[in-house]
Structures are given as C-alpha cells and as structure tokens.
Design a protein around this ligand. Structure first.
Ligand SMILES: [Zn+2]
Length: 116
C-alpha cells in the first residue's frame, strides 16, 4: 500500500515586518511513500506522478487539485480579512503575489467555475 506520511493544506504564510506584511503562498502538498519505498512530494501542479516502479500516483495530484478548488476565500485571500486591522495601523501594505502563482489569474470572486 502507498503510505501518505504528510498532508499539508494550502495556505499563505504571513511575514510581518515593521512597515510591511507579505504573504507567501504555500500550495497543498502530499508526501507519500510508494510500495517500492520511493518517497514523493506531490502538489497540484506536479507533472511527474509515475514512480520508477511504474505505479501512477496521479490520483493523489487530482485529489489535491479538487481540494484546492474548494478552499474558502479566507485561505485564498487572507488580506481581505486583515484590511480592517491594517487600516487601524495606518499602514499601506503591499500584497505580494508569488510569481507564477495560478491564483494570480483566477478570479475567485466570480463564483464556481467547473472546468472538466
Ligand atoms: Zn514505486
């Protein structure tokens, strides 16, 4: 049996500095050990899902993708919920999108989009 040893939820890590706050996107990832003992860390964007022994772990990648589609808005856009707090601090914080992040191109406010 394939054994999942680590399952990390997608999240933003907030980096606080005296005059700034930045968000670093950490995609969901799953670390698993294949039957053959090979260790994998898979994310929603993993392209190599087949182990050297021939076992395809693509199902796990699809699971992560489905899960990320259902993330609550708070997880995806934490700065919306921090806006009030930042206003009180009279700070002008710049939100930094991670380069190449797929979220940059997704309009998550426009409702549910089903892509088959
Ligand atoms: Zn294997």
């Amino acid at each position: 049996m394939t054994r999942i040893i680590k399952d990390i939820e997608a999240h933003y890590e907030v980096h606080e500095a005296p005059f700034s706050r930045s968000y670093e996107w950490h995609p969901a990832s799953v670390t698993l050990v294949c039957d053959c003992g090979e260790r994998f860390t898979l994310t929603a964007t993993s392209t190599t899902t087949t182990c050297r022994c021939g076992t395809d772990h693509g199902d796990i990648v699809r699971n992560i993708q489905m899960h990320e589609d259902r993330l609550p808005n708070k997880t995806i856009h934490p700065w919306h919920h921090d806006a009030q707090e930042q206003e009180e601090q009279h700070q002008q914080d710049e939100v930094t999108y991670p380069k190449g992040s797929p979220w940059r191109y997704n309009d998550v406010t426009s409702g549910t989009t089903n892509v088959e």
